[in-house]
Design a protein around this ligand. Structure first.
Ligand code: PRX
Length: 668
């Protein structure tokens, strides 16, 4: 039976107590959210503290139609609030001061700690005061390059408490990528740690930051302060080394976190920010190769992440919730920090990898903390599936109620394994589709309400109005496949690209005036379920990490031996997609294993290890149209050794096809 015809219903015992307990309730609320957004969101915003209340005349305004003027979205404009106050002070005032906000689980199982809401608030205030003492004020950007440690959460919240804008860069990005982002966002301060162990691997974060600060200085961008958490001395290293001794601290610029906070007060008044003031920025890959600084604002993001977290995970006050995403990605922001804390959730913050010290680490952690909601990525599920059911069954994971997936399409085989083996056929799987740009879930099942189909992100969240468009921009009604777009804004949607509103309009709103264009394709089946079919632009999704073909191609051609390069994605059993690179060498250069290694290294060093190509294919020519455009469609076929090429009549030189197939590397 094709997977999509089989429907899996929420466990009735779970549905009984769920916030949204039937599909008809979802439908009713969904229609209300579209018919009367003021009434729908007006109810939800009441739980938050607004220093200056939301005016109903100014509830939300937007323009998605470039023909009518500049694109903008504003929610609750004019109202003032503070997100840190709402996720900490408000929670403590409601009597949750002694509740655990985070269980921190280190890379090594012997390392763990916890932080209550009250203590978290104190630590945040201390660090806000440090930032203030370094001259950081409302609107200033703070660059963050940190492992999954409590100080990372503290840093984010400390920024927002004083209205500073955090710009987190995933601590797996190279010095080059980090420097480019620091310069683009104009940060003059970096918060980092001396280093971190991820599984058996060591990452010297501070020494990477040293390179970044040098690179910035060479481009006349001075980093005035670098605050460093001394993390290594408090954790168990896999090889008992003393790596922490090797950190270099530059006088007057670099300071240890503990020294900085030592005399800091545990109180700090929040700075009231307009709902539409910048909250944070986060870079995502752009199809031209230059990263885009996605900008989110305070009020809408706060309300939206809180509402989606509560409904999609059905979080109840005694639950323990675990999102495995790194804080360097949007999932770590929205569902590792803001959404859960706004709901007074108890979260697990995990520093390590699923494979260390053994391949059952995830199941060990779920058992240890009795995790109720677990949120991870398909790439992890597929990797763990490989180790068999037994590793899961050896652990008591019966505490689980809701299991989530995010970042890339989940194939039905992985979905079924997750549902059956991890969820014990009693947990709803929430396959959440969203993007850095959307701020929170936009297509997702609700665990007590939505009948699930393996591999489908199902239906829109409240307030979200999707549509499928054909190439001419016409809406496809009913069953069909096309460009996935949204017709109106929900509170959590991005507001701009930092410092480049034109690029924002051009990237998301110009192809189909009147719609926000996701860049993904989707199909709607006869029952109205949405199925994401993948990116329709030149973006790759490797293990849930988005990157552009253009950025990899331009790096490859920086190598002196390479004249031209074209990169496509190839399906991969665990990563989802992997990089398949075609390269043409410059005149006279003989392609060999050394060049291949250098190219791989170049990408690792300049982008990050996660971008390492799986295949580098040396070819004498690339398939091009008469106007010189590379036909990637053909390259994707070559990558999977599929000779069903379809129409090739637009090719300038058809002999190139045979050459391409003949030159495929043996083990690709
Ligand atoms: O292609 C879609 C894919 O990931 C892209 C967004 O990537 P990013 O901004 O890095 O955010 C990832 C975490 C929210 C989307 O355009 N994607 C994300 N979730 C899903 C997905 N594809 C299919 N199914 C999903 N559930």
């Amino acid at each position: 039976m094709p997977s999509e015809t089989k429907v899996y219903y929420p466990n009735p015992n779970f549905s009984k107590n769920a916030y949204i307990n039937s599909f008809s309730q979802y439908r009713e609320m969904y229609l209300q959210s579209l018919d009367n957004p003021e009434a729908f969101w007006g109810e939800i915003i009441k739980q938050f503290h607004w220093e200056t209340p939301v005016e109903y005349d100014n509830f939300f305004r937007y323009n998605f139609d470039i023909r009518k003027g500049p694109i903008y979205t504003k929610w609750f404009d004019g109202a003032t609030t503070n997100i840190c106050y709402n996720v900490l002070d408000r929670i403590v005032q409601r009597g949750y001061g002694d509740k655990v906000a985070y269980y921190w689980e280190g890379n090594h199982p012997d390392d763990y700690s916890r932080l209550t809401y009250r203590k978290l608030l104190e630590e945040v205030c201390k660090f806000s005061n440090v930032l203030k003492s370094k001259g950081i004020k409302k609107g200033d950007r703070v660059a963050v390059y940190m492992p999954m440690i409590l100080e990372a959460v503290i840093t984010l919240l400390a920024c927002t408490r004083i209205g500073a804008v955090h710009s987190v860069v995933f601590a797996g990005f190279s010095a080059d990528s980090f420097a480019e982002r620091v310069i683009d966002c104009g940060a003059e301060i970096i918060v980092t740690a001396d280093g971190v162990w991820r599984g058996p691997k060591f990452l010297g974060l501070k020494s990477i930051c040293d390179q970044v600060m040098d690179k910035c200085a060479r481009r006349n961008h001075n980093i005035r302060h670098c605050i460093v958490v001394a993390h290594l001395k408090r954790v168990t290293s896999p090889d008992n080394s003393q790596k922490s001794n090797k950190v270099h601290m530059k006088e007057g610029r670099d300071i240890w976190w503990n020294d900085a906070v030592a005399d800091s007060s545990i109180t700090c008044p929040p700075v009231w920010t307009n709902s539409e003031d910048p909250l944070f920025m986060l870079y995502t890959s752009g199809s031209t190769g230059k990263p885009k600084g996605v900008l989110h604002t305070v009020g809408g993001y706060m309300v939206y992440t809180a509402a989606t977290f509560k409904c999609v995970f059905d979080y109840k006050s005694k639950d323990v919730y675990w999102c495995t995403a790194d804080i360097g990605w949007i999932t770590g922001h929205s569902y590792g920090v803001y959404g859960p804390l706004a709901n007074a959730a108890t979260c697990v913050l995990f520093e390590g990898t699923p494979f260390y010290p053994d391949n059952d680490r995830f199941w060990t952690v779920i058992e240890k903390y009795k995790v109720n909601q677990f949120y991870t990525a398909p790439t992890a599920i597929r990797a763990l599936m490989k180790y068999g059911d037994d590793l899961v069954r050896r652990h008591d994971v019966s505490s689980l109620k809701v299991i989530g997936s995010v970042g890339e399409p989940i194939n039905s085989e992985a979905w079924l394994w997750y549902y059956k083996v991890v969820g014990g056929e009693k947990c709803s799987v929430v396959d959440t589709f969203w993007q850095t740009e959307t701020g929170g879930h936009v297509l997702t099942p609700l665990p007590g309400a939505t009948p699930m189909k393996p591999g489908s992100a199902t239906f829109p969240f409240f307030g979200v109005q999707p549509a499928l468009l054909d190439e001419s921009g016409k809406e496809i009604e009913g069953e069909g496949e096309g460009y996935l777009v949204f017709k109106r804004p929900w509170p959590g949607i991005m507001r701009s690209l930092f410092g480049n509103h034109e690029r924002y309009e051009a990237t998301y709103f110009s192809k189909f005036p009147g719609y926000y264009c996701t860049g993904d394709g989707a199909r709607r089946d006869a029952d109205g379920y949405f199925w994401i079919t993948g990116r329709i632009d030149d973006m790759l999704n490797v293990s849930g990490h988005l990157m552009s073909t253009a950025e990899v191609e331009s790096l490859l051609t920086e190598h002196k031996a390479i004249a031209e390069a074209a990169v496509v994605s190839k399906p991969h059993p665990i990563k989802g997609e992997c990089l398949y690179c075609f390269v043409i060498t410059s005149n006279e250069t003989h392609f060999d294993d050394n060049i291949k290694k250098e190219l791989s290294l170049l990408i690792r060093e300049r982008i990050g290890a996660f971008a390492t190509p799986d295949v580098i294919h040396n070819t004498p020519s690339l398939p091009k149209t008469r106007s010189g455009k590379i036909m990637r469609r053909i390259l994707r076929k070559v990558a999977v050794n599929d000779r069903n090429l379809g129409d090739v009549s637009t090719l300038a030189d058809s002999t190139v096809i045979e050459t391409l197939f003949a030159s495929r590397p043996v083990c690709s």
